[in-house]
Each structure stands twice: as structure tokens, then as C-alpha cells.
Design a protein around this ligand. Sequence first.
Ligand code: UD1
Length: 355
Amino acid sequence: MRVISVVGGRPNLIKLAAVCDLISRKFDHLILHTGQHYDLLLSEKFFKELKIPKPHKNLGVGSGMHAAQTSRILVGCEKYFLKNKPNLIIVYGDMNSTLGAALAAVKLHIPVAHVEAGTRCFDKNVPEEINRIIIDHIADILLAPTKNAMNILKKENLVHKAILTGDITYDIFLKVIGKIDEKYIKEVSLKKNQYYFATIHRSENTDNKNRLTRILNEIGKLDLPTVLPLHPRTKKSLKTFRLNLREDKVKIIEPTSYVQSLSLQNFSCAILTDSSGIQREAYFLKKPCITFRDSTEWPETISTGWNILFFTQQKSLPVVIKDFKVPKYHPKFFGNGQATAKIAQAIEGYLKQTK
Ligand code: UD1
């Protein structure tokens, strides 16, 4: 049986890294990269470090407005699927590549398995929210990371095709946890527990001058330095809006590898982010997390007190951090590291049943 995994960039690659070995042992597994991310620092580092086999094909779709980018993904995927005749495709997360691949496949009557189904932040200003809703409605197997995601799928009448697997980002986290190393903080001349780790890349923040200015001003008020791996989108916005960072407060570095990112998070005193993946990694590492968003797909991290949505607070960032009480309660919302096995089993079961 032939299965194609479609990936478009960083967040997809971490998920592919978790399942790749097992899926490749069970099926004739092809990897299609759409080329949505093309900067070596955003993609290549991950392939090397996480030992993901090179993609069989890269569509080279690149950047662009949503419609332009998604349409190139659709056309490229359709051609590739027609040529390679998969029995099923796997899509990961909520990137435009995930949506384009899923849509191309269902129109060709190729079954689609969606890893990370059922997550919602209930805000359609977030482009990924639109992707998630559409993908879950058209896909054939919904692989849900949490009970909350399953409940959402139930409310949307999609639970009949859903399976609770746990979160594969927790599986990969457990695989690499031993590689977390203090050498990464020394490399950037920082000291253990004496800095903050920040990432900003979501369009809601980077494409809005007021919001980006506010985030950077708040970071500038902090008592300790902040290390900020700079996403190319954010780099562009800083230039476009002519925003300067306080060099004495913010240490800009290139986008990190996965292990480097986990290490920098692990030895920081708190994590400041707008990333979906990093909110979860902060939770896995039991680190205080302040999220520069109005909503999140991971409400468990908020209700347990491990994560605070900055824009819902009426306080400055230093006060939010000062008032942060590290909770004692840390339930295993994201499964037990067996999501990969459950995903492979679900796909195998589906293919047997439809043979
Ligand atoms: C995409 C995903 C987002 C994910 C993020 C991880 C969508 C809608 N969003 O956002 O969910 O968290 O990837 O990075 O798919 N750029 C480069 N080099 C690259 C890629 C992008 O310079 O290799 C710059 C370009 O200016 C581009 C901009 O970043 O226009 C946005 O890239 P895009 O792929 O559209 O979205 P991301 O912000 O990366």
C-alpha cells in the first residue's frame, strides 16, 4: 500500500519526524514537500537533525498571498498524486500546505488522514483556523491529539471518523529530550535561568504594526535579556515598519534547530511566544509560558495555569511574569508518547477495511 506524507515547513516536519520511521516500515511511504518553506534555516536543519529522509519531490511553491500559494500547492499535489497513485495521504497540522494537499486528494477520491485534527482557537482572523475547519470536514480519518480536540469534533458532528491518538509532538519531544544541552545557551552567551526565550511569527502579530510594536516594547521592559530566533516573516516586518529592537535587551539569533530550540526553552526563566508548537513544548518542559495571542488551540495549558494569553490581560509583561504562579498540577493532556503507534494502527485499520 502506498502512503504519501505531505509537508510544507517547520511545524509539519516535527510531526513527520515522529511518525516517519513507523509509517515507512508499514507502507510504501513517499514524502512530498510543497516548498512552502524554502529557507534552509526553516526546513533543511530539521531534516538533518531529526533524520527525516529527503523528500521524494519538492514542489517549490514558495511564498505568496493565501490564494496564490494554496492554488500552487493544489495544482502541484494533484499532479503528484495522479502520477504516484497513493492509497492514502497523511497531512499534518494546519499550514496552507496541509489544506492544499487535503483538498487535492479528496477531489481525486484519495483518502486523507489528518494528524492534529480537532484543534480550534475559534478565531477566524487566524488563517490556520480556517485551514483546520476545512481539513477536518473533508478528511477521512481524524487523528485527534487531546480529549478537548475530540470534544470539538463531536460538536462539529465529525466524531464518527475521529480517533484519540495523543499528540505526536509529545512523542518526538520524548525521543529527543536527552539531547537537551546547556551548550546551546553558552553558544549565545546566555546564563541558565537568566534570560527569556521568545518567538514571534504569526501573521496576526507580524503584519500588524501596532501589535508588533507593543510586543517589542513589552519585551524591552523586561529585567533580563530575551533571546529571539527571528522568523523571516518577522524580519521583513521589522524592516517594513522600521522597528528597532533594543540591542541591550533582545538578542536576535537565526531560526533554531528543534533541539536548540528545546534547549533554549529549557534553561530560560520563561517562554514568550505566539507559536502553537512552542506553547505545548513549554508545557512539556514545565516552563511558564506567556502567549502573544487572544486565543489558543491549547486551552488545557491555560486552565491549568501554565500558559497566559497576554492580550487578554490588562497588565504589562513584567507584571504578568512577576504575578505568574508556577502550578503544581501538570496533567498528561497530550497522551503518553504512544500517538505515533496509534496513528499507524488507525491508518492500517482504515486501509484494510477499504481494500
Ligand atoms: C506558516 C504557517 C504557520 C506556521 C509557520 C511556521 C500557514 C498559513 N501558516 O506560516 O501555521 O506556524 O508556517 O513557520 O501556512 N518566508 C521566508 N522564507 C521561507 C518561508 C517564508 O522568507 O522559507 C517569509 C516570506 O516573506 C513569506 C512569509 O515568511 O511571505 C510567510 O511565509 P508563509 O509560508 O506564508 O507562512 P509562515 O508565516 O511561515
